[in-house]
Design a protein around this ligand. Structure first.
Ligand SMILES: [Zn+2]
Length: 300
């Protein structure tokens, strides 16, 4: 494992915010831990807070190379099963984005995984493609006819000043160098282009209430932004932040009933029956504890 300095301000002065819940010397987890649907709740290494700028991050951590290798190797058939909820979430995520920048134009989704957002953006008229390190996920997306680049923004071969929109949904908290990732987006966007970053907010009321039991404290998350540190880093990378606002997820009620069934089969069956009777199966249910936020930033 390696010790890293603060990715936002470069200082090396931290205090422990959440002590490790893993036994000392726990070997690198196999790629299971890096699946999108990985449970892994409550398992994390030491999480520290920079005394200079307030950025919260995992330290020490696996090396950047080990982290990227884990994502390259990841396969996650469960993610495909949960496609419905993600389609719904991304359809909703596209609306506020399109109030700022409307199609047509070139849109790149970073960490596109199996391409759910790329597909929806393309349906909305965007010239959309995805950048994704997982070979398996890229293959899944290509089978659906989507335009994918296997790798990362830095080695994508995309031209400078060429893109209208770059999106990063639940990605920035996983990458070894989030500031570098924002700089790459800045390089590739046209002046006036839009970067959209969705991540957890460790300063939200819900996160504060849950403390060490906040479910997003997980081994695969290495950066924990607040709205303040997210804004600060985006500005440092050359963006003007328009706004940062809470944005939750959506589940179909029918899918929600099947999840409840995992805890209580009887209740799950009752709810399934009820939703079917009332024809509510397809109805979207927002899940928003205010601890997931989306930042909209313009390249200046
Ligand atoms: Zn710092």
């Amino acid at each position: 494992m390696e010790y890293v300095t603060c990715n936002l301000c470069g200082h090396d002065d931290t205090r422990v915010r959440f002590p490790s819940t893993l036994p000392e010397g726990t070997p690198p987890q196999n790629v299971e831990a890096f699946r999108c649907t990985s449970p892994g709740y409550g398992r994390h290494h030491t999480i520290v807070k920079c005394q200079n700028c307030g950025l919260i991050y995992t330290n020490p951590r696996f090396t950047g190379e080990e982290i990227l290798d884990s994502y390259v190797a990841v396969e996650d058939p469960l993610y495909l099963e949960e496609r419905d909820g993600r389609v719904l979430t991304f359809e909703r995520h596209l609306r506020p984005l399109e109030k700022i920048k409307a199609p047509p134009g070139q849109l790149v989704d970073v960490g596109a995984y199996t391409g759910v957002f790329v597909e929806i953006a393309a349906q909305h008229g965007w010239d959309a493609f995805g950048v994704e390190p997982s070979h398996w996920a890229v293959e899944q997306a290509r089978e659906r006819g989507l335009h994918m680049i296997e790798g990362t923004l830095a080695n994508s071969g995309l031209a400078d000043n060429s893109l209208d929109v770059v999106t990063m949904w639940d990605v920035i908290e996983h990458v070894p160098n989030p500031f570098g990732e924002m700089q790459q987006a800045e390089r590739l966007l046209k002046p006036g282009g839009l970067l959209v970053v969705h991540t957890m907010d460790i300063d939200s009321g819900f996160a504060r209430l849950m403390g060490g039991r906040w479910p997003w404290l997980m081994e695969m998350h290495i950066y924990y932004f607040s709205r303040r540190t997210l804004k600060h880093m985006l500005e440092k990378a050359g963006f003007t932040v328009i706004r940062i606002e809470p944005q939750g997820r959506y589940l179909r009620l029918g899918y929600f009933a099947t999840r409840i069934g995992g805890f209580s089969p009887l209740l799950g069956r009752l709810l399934s029956k009820l939703f079917r009777l009332l024809r509510l199966n397809e109805m979207p249910m927002p899940l928003n504890f205010g601890d997931l936020v989306t930042a909209y930033a313009i390249k200046t």
